[in-house]
Design a protein around this ligand. Structure first.
Ligand SMILES: Cc1cc2nc3c(=O)[nH]c(=O)nc-3n(C[C@H](O)[C@H](O)[C@H](O)COP(=O)(O)OP(=O)(O)OC[C@H]3O[C@@H](n4cnc5c(N)ncnc54)[C@H](O)[C@@H]3O)c2cc1C
Length: 399
């Protein structure tokens, strides 16, 4: 196992970090203070700079304008981008577009690729992923209420969804709906591309998350689908293949989420050090001289480093052994890294005192937006159960 980073990649990561520090971090406060349209206008020239530097869309193959990296390399890039909330958007590899582009590349018809994939790969349009429903447990998504019934050469869609992140202002939705109601539970749902403005797609609201409904890319929509008709050729993959495609989409995606979270930890930790090293709590006494504060710093460092090795190991396993063999490792990093993220951001806020609660630093944004890391893409408990079952399987098989 070799996690050493090639000197060229090391140099590229250092250059990316410098660019992010110099150009992105100074505008990150916009996310809490401006509309999404204003933020997007500010980010637009930075996206062009990223393209000019040939860093754009590291998750996509060159034939559609990306700069394709391995899972491990993409993880390391994701860590740098994670240092600011706008990082992935400016680098053209933001969720949910990143995963959706990979789906369209592998499973979209030529027409879908021309109409949706290429403009999305260029950063001209956005997309969203619509699976979770208010009435059904999202942690067990084989139970879905939304249906897509084949009538002639059209699917007719009815249902209700929420937490369709980034629907607001998107061009298309990748929808998960039941198309094969009589099949086995994991073969009932399919993925279907639905234009965001298709008749019958009703935008109910952007759901308010801890006091912020957000807007545009930075929002989570509730949607109602009533008699929505799309061509049967908008089906992605085989009928009933929705879960298979979801696993494909989420597997490597979890590495990038985890590395993004470690990028957040990296920045929050830097801020903790700066605060502890500059804030005077008594005449000539810095906050960092207090042993309870030192314990927070030491625990954070150890937790970040351990999580990072765990995630890099999982990424290396996917690159070298394939996703199937890395499944247990991916479950382990999903809940472990999400909890490290929460601990580190929480400690950073604690050391900043009242300032940590304000929107004058990025910490409050992360505290609000990233608590969800322990819930989306599989809640902690589901990944713990999945990991434990895989470890116990030989014993269960014996019994
Ligand atoms: C910020 C954010 C963004 C999101 N973006 C999207 C998106 O773009 N598209 C989309 O389709 N969905 C999205 N989601 C939804 C997300 O995928 C679901 O919230 C998640 O799958 C959990 O489903 P649920 O909310 O219905 O919780 P439930 O399934 O009702 O579970 C509630 C809780 O029960 C516990 N639990 C569940 N199963 C078990 C178990 N087996 N054992 C023990 N405890 C268990 C867990 O603690 C879980 O958090 C997003 C969610 C958030 C918060």
């Amino acid at each position: 196992m070799d996690f050493s980073i090639r000197p060229e990649l090391q140099a590229k990561l250092a250059a990316m970090r410098e660019f992010i520090n110099a150009e992105l971090i100074p505008i990150e406060h916009s996310l809490s203070q401006k509309t999404w349209e204003e933020v997007a206008a500010e980010a637009a020239p930075l996206r062009e700079k990223v393209k000019a530097k040939r860093w754009w869309a590291p998750n996509l193959p060159p034939e559609i304008g990306g700069t394709e990296a391995s899972v491990l390399e993409l993880g390391l890039i994701s860590e740098q981008c994670g240092r600011t909330p706008l990082g992935h958007y400016v680098f053209g590899c933001q969720a949910p577009d990143a995963g959706n582009a990979e789906l369209l590349f592998k499973h979209g018809s030529d027409e879908i690729k021309q109409q949706y994939l290429l403009p999305m790969a260029r950063g001209e349009i956005r997309s969203c992923f619509s699976m979770t429903e208010p009435e059904f447990a999202g942690s067990n998504p084989v139970r879905l209420g939304t249906t897509a019934v084949l009538e002639g050469d059209e699917y007719v869609i009815d249902g209700r969804k929420w937490f369709t992140s980034s629907y607001d202002g998107s061009a298309f939705i990748i929808l998960m709906a039941v198309t094969e109601p009589d099949a086995a539970p994991h073969a009932r749902a399919s993925m279907i591309l639905v234009p965001s403005d298709a008749p019958g797609v009703e935008f109910v609201r952007n759901v308010s998350v801890m006091g912020h409904a957000g807007g545009g890319y930075a929002s989570h929509a509730e949607l109602r689908y009533t008699n929505v008709r799309v061509p049967a050729s908008n089906l992605l993959g085989p009928p009933g293949g929705g879960f298979m495609l979801a696993q494909e989409r989420l597997g490597p995606g979890r590495i990038h989420h985890c590395m993004r979270w470690l990028g957040i930890c990296d920045r929050a930790f830097e801020m903790m050090l700066e605060r502890a090293g500059t804030r005077e709590v008594a005449e000539g006494k810095l906050l960092g001289s207090k042993q309870l504060v030192q314990a927070m710093i030491a625990e954070s460092r150890a937790e970040i480093d351990a999580a990072r090795l765990l995630v890099l190991h999982a990424a290396w396993s996917i690159d070298n052994e394939g996703f199937k063999d890395a499944r247990a490792k991916v479950s382990a990093i999903k809940f472990h890294a999400a909890n490290v993220l929460q601990n580190v951001v929480d400690r950073a806020i604690q050391l900043h005192g009242a300032l940590g609660m304000t929107d004058d630093t990025v910490l409050s944004y992360w505290y609000r937006e990233e608590r969800a890391a322990r819930i989306y893409d599989g809640p902690d408990e589901v990944h713990k159960v999945s990991l434990a079952r895989q470890l116990l399987k030989p014993w269960f098989d014996k019994g």
